[in-house]
Design a protein around this ligand. Structure first.
Ligand code: SF4
Ligand code: SF4
Length: 381
């Protein structure tokens, strides 16, 4: 396994771990990856329900209160014009019985009402919304965000967490994101170099995976999937990954012992060699993607051949990516079989399929690789 104490490109990487819903195994994956990496940073951005600290049990070195700005009114200055009420998109203000009422819990601290008040009757005060805790557990630095119950948003806490965690430049960093795909998740992944999506092997799991997949696609992040709770049965998530050209980085089996250890807040890689080997393998795979240029999207470079199509023209697949196969649907024909569409691939290249002909052009080539012209052009079967 690579030495993460050395100052390399990989040791600076930030790897975000996401899932479409809670309980999928996101914390299991991020905690155990950080544990096997050793010299690493674990940042728990799941501020509504942080539980990574239950596994690491860190010695807390520092805590910091996180506050936001909330308006307060000087009633002597207020003339009841309601400009502030009309401005507030979050309905955090109301003017009732000649009095301005401020609903702190729904205020998003945009500061706009203070600016629009013609009488300067509004000013700002600090309101605590939670805290961050910084601690150490063995070789792992542990950052935890905790949001107070009922607050409108945990984004200020996440921003502060990521700011503090990023100060440590040469530590492989794992970001345990909040579940789902809301703005709080977007904030957590914005600086990530690679995204690991964790999914359960069910139709519901595929649906949830699609939510986070759409999100990382929006952010144009290099991405792979870890399948959790795998059984020897058909897995709808595998087909989803195939359809979306998503690489499966690893599979964690459905295992009562692992589940029992994990539910008792144990770091499984510290308990059983077989789990250690499992997560070392997963970490090596992820690091391999990052080292091979996943962070700069090189693995999605198109330099393979069109693997399959026929005169029916309903589907084409690409065989691509540095020494691996990733199947990407490049054309989805309609019932007539000739309405091929263009799909933008990552790293700014396009794959074109012309209606009814299966002629294509692959634009651009990996600058770091010496592809032959035939590789670049590909060949349709
Ligand atoms: S700060 Fe923004 S969100 Fe809060 S009350 Fe004023 S306008 Fe509304
Ligand atoms: S904008 Fe200023 S003066 Fe007008 S209602 Fe709001 S606080 Fe009062």
């Amino acid at each position: 396994m690579p030495d993460f104490t050395a100052e390399t490109a990989v040791s600076k990487m930030k790897i975000a771990v996401l899932s479409g819903k809670g309980g999928t195994g996101k914390t299991l994956v991020s905690v155990n990856l950080a544990a096997v990496a050793g010299h690493s940073t674990y940042i728990d951005c799941d501020v509504e329900e942080p539980n990574g600290h239950l596994f690491f049990k860190p010695d807390i070195a520092r805590e910091e209160l996180i506050t936001v700005k909330i308006p307060q009114v000087d009633e002597k200055q207020c003339v009841g014009c309601r400009s502030c009420v009309r401005f507030c998109n979050y309905n955090a203000l109301a003017y009732v019985n000649k009095k301005l009422i401020i609903f702190d819990d729904v205020c998003h601290s945009c500061g706009g009402c203070v600016l629009v008040c013609p009488k300067s009757a509004l000013s700002e005060r600090d309101k605590p919304i939670g805290k961050i805790k910084i601690g150490v557990s063995g070789d792992v630095n542990v950052y935890t965000g905790v949001m107070n119950t009922g607050e409108a948003t945990g984004i200020p806490i996440i921003n502060r967490l990521l700011e503090e965690g990023s100060a440590e430049e040469h530590r492989l960093t794992f970001i345990d994101c909040p579940p789902g795909s809301a703005c709080i998740v977007m904030e957590s992944i914005k600086d990530a170099d690679y995204c690991v999506l964790v999914a359960e092997p069910t139709l519901f799991g595929a649906h949830n995976l699609n939510m986070v997949y759409e999100l990382v696609k929006l952010f144009d992040k290099p991405t792979g999937v870890v399948l959790n709770k795998c059984l020897n049965e058909d897995n709808p998530v595998e087909q989803f990954c195939l359809d979306k050209s998503l690489e499966i980085l690893g599979r964690i089996p459905f295992d009562h012992e692992l589940a029992s250890l994990n539910s008792n807040a144990e770091i499984v890689v510290n308990k059983k060699e077989k789990y250690r080997e499992l997560f070392i393998g997963l970490l090596e795979t992820i690091v391999g993607r990052v080292e091979n240029g996943a962070a700069s999207h090189k693995p999605n470079m198109v330099h393979g051949k069109v693997a399959a199509d026929d005169q029916e023209g309903h589907r084409m697949e690409l065989e691509q990516v540095c020494d691996e196969k990733v199947y990407g649907k490049v054309a989805a024909d309609d019932q007539k079989g000739h309405n091929a569409e263009q799909e933008k691939k990552t790293c700014g290249e396009n794959v074109f399929v012309e209606p009814g002909e299966f002629h294509r052009e692959l634009e651009g080539a990996c600058s770091e690789r010496d592809h032959t012209s035939s590789e670049r052009e590909g060949s349709a079967k």
